[in-house]
Design a protein around this ligand. Sequence first.
Ligand code: NI
Length: 138
Amino acid sequence: MNVVRFGISIPPKLLEKFDEIIKEKGYTNRSEAIRDLIRDLIVKEELKKSEKEGIGVLSIVYEHHKSHVLEKIIEAQHENEKNIVSTLHIHLDKENCMEVIIIRGKIMDVKKIADKIISIKGVKHGKLIMSTATESLA
Ligand code: NI
């Protein structure tokens, strides 16, 4: 890997706290932790550009027998079949299901589809995690 070295001036207490946190997270060195922080910042900034391509993982929990919720969830996915990459269904217990839906496309479209699914009556909890897969992440 082609790398550049650079120095950072930082108050000792701040570094101490940083080391503590990254050790807990499992990082073996500061460089990898700082690289990941930078990548996270890049993704965060890129996700503000709604025209860019993004990919999201939408996780929802719902009661499958309530108010045709399952039908509505499937319908929403078929309406956007070009953006839906994959769906994983998990039966949590007698009543509850979890669905993990991978959505790909323009960031604004991914968010719109996720919002539509989350807002379906009967969906108890929903969360979208988004990422961009670009060369800028190096
Ligand atoms: Ni189920």
